[in-house]
Ligand binder design. Structure first.
Ligand code: ZN
Length: 483
């Protein structure tokens, strides 16, 4: 059976087990008479879910979270009883400017190292990708796609002002948060030319030094993106100063040790269990992008080993060409592949932590975002409906992590409403427009940040991959492991 068919069948199986039924929708009680809001519903917290809970938002920040909601006439009440209130998702890995390029066709090839597909090395097909439209337009489009599926913060290597927070740019943090920011790096070993090593560290002359890495607030770098010894070698060169002590002719090429609590390894697919033990011991972190791993390399890592070792793991979508279009689709993939490849279960709550509080820890912003706690910015999403239907998926965490964009009722960033459901019009202000999410209407208010309406940007991009997606996005790369 072809990979395409397998993928389709598996996707249908997963989707149908999370079938949504019509359910609760939020509504505003009376007119919006105050900028401050009291949201009522099932609230997700790292300690568990609070049925009949509430979140009080004052001046763009979370003021109170709990079950003692009472009735305060000085605030506008948003009744989301039966819906689930969560902190916005934090996507810890994206190449956001590739958001106008449709997912790559599946040619059935699974390679051993990223340079194989990047540069067509070792008899593999080169998989070129491109940015359609200007880079700022394509980046805005990507931020909108994530915003319209519940993501409020991104680390994506590019940014536009407004829309999602960009935790890797001082200018992209948005109201309520100050620097320092995370540093995003594709080639810590200066190997962009396709350098593959397995017995030494003779990569490019500008590999990251201990001193450089040590100065960074958070260093989030691609390491070991592959399944071969060349991928494993990259971690040896960044973790063991005794491994290569002979300089290359240009004076570089020595192994170093930068494994520390400010270091987050993106992908880390080539690491051994002993390597992960060292990552755990040093308090370093891992960014997991299972769909892109599976599509490009045929497998992903056993995340349960990392979790058992105590490593803080965050989820990231990688990019549209080989990864998930939304955080929820990344969660579906992570859940499914861990069961199929390793016979282990990652609970919806654990996945939710990887998308919220643990993502904030990995990015270094856990004091400001990642959970609904007094003093943090009010980056809040609400999913209506029953989310993941069926007995086993009544779990409110599952309803959020396996959500579909059509169920999104509310998105706010720092208390500012950017998307609102059909009965929440009273919350919106400024230049807003109505768009269709499946058969639901949503009000989106992004024009003052985008500098033009969403409809205008959409027209100018002329038929690129959409920013508002169905439950299963078109052309989604497979999550079916082949090894
Ligand atoms: Zn990447």
């Amino acid at each position: 059976m072809s990979h395409v068919w397998l993928n389709l069948i598996l996707t249908v199986i997963v989707a149908s087990s999370f079938v949504r039924t019509a359910g609760a929708r939020c509504s505003v009680e009376g007119p919006r008479h105050s900028a401050d809001l009291l949201l009522k519903g099932t609230v997700l917290t790292p300690q568990g879910s609070l049925e009949n809970g509430c979140v009080l938002v004052r001046s763009g920040k979370v003021d109170y979270v709990g079950t003692g909601c009472g009735s305060d006439p000085s605030v506008t009440v948003v009744d989301c009883t039966g819906s689930v209130i969560s902190p916005g998702f934090i996507n810890t890995h994206e190449h956001i400017e590739y958001s106008t390029f449709a997912p790559l066709d599946d040619i059935g090839e699974r390679v051993d190292h990223r340079h194989d597909w990047r540069r067509g090395m070792r008899d593999n097909a080169e998989r070129p990708v491109q940015v359609n439209g200007t880079k700022p337009d394509a980046t805005a489009w990507g931020e909108l796609r994530h915003l319209f599926s519940g993501t409020t913060s991104i680390i994506g290597g590019a940014m536009v002002p407004g829309l999602t927070r960009n935790l890797d740019f001082v200018a992209g943090l948005e109201d309520g948060i100050e620097s320092p920011v995370a540093t995003w790096d594709i080639f810590p070993l200066d190997d962009s030319e396709g350098i593959l090593r397995s017995r030494d560290c003779d990569y490019g002359p500008n590999a990251t030094t201990v001193e450089e890495a040590g100065k960074l607030y958070r260093y989030m770098a691609h390491v070991g993106e592959g399944v071969d010894d060349e991928a494993a070698n990259e971690f040896r060169c960044l973790s063991d100063p005794t491994y290569d002590v002979v300089p290359s002719p240009d004076g570089a090429g020595l192994s170093v040790d930068i494994v520390a609590s400010n270091f987050a390894l993106v992908h880390a697919l080539g690491l051994t269990r002993a390597d992960f033990d060292l990552v755990a011991q040093r308090g370093a972190k891992i960014v997991w992008s299972p769909r892109s791993n599976v599509f490009l390399y045929g497998k992903t890592l056993d995340v349960t080993y990392l979790l058992d070792a105590g490593i803080t793991v965050a989820l990231g979508t990688d990019w549209l060409p080989s990864g998930s279009a939304t955080m929820a689709r990344e969660a579906v993939c992570g859940y499914m592949v861990t069961q199929e490849s390793f016979g282990r279960t990652v609970s919806p709550k654990t996945l939710w932590e990887m998308m919220t509080i643990n993502a904030a820890k990995v990015a270094g912003f856990e004091e400001q975002v990642g959970s609904l706690e007094a003093g943090k910015v009010a980056d809040i999403i609400v999913f209506g409906g029953r989310g993941a239907g069926g007995q086993e998926h009544d779990d409110p965490f599952a309803r959020v992590v396996f959500s579909a964009a059509e169920d999104l009722e509310l998105v706010m960033r720092g208390g500012k409403v950017l998307l609102a459901g059909e009965r929440l019009g009273a919350l919106t202000g400024g230049a807003c427009e109505t768009v269709s999410f499946g058969d639901m209407a949503r009000t989106i208010c992004v024009e003052d940040e985008l500098g033009r309406s969403f409809a205008e940007l959409e027209r100018s991009l002329d038929g690129v991959y959409p920013a508002i997606l169905p439950a299963i996005p078109d052309g989604e790369p497979t999550c079916k492991a082949t090894r």
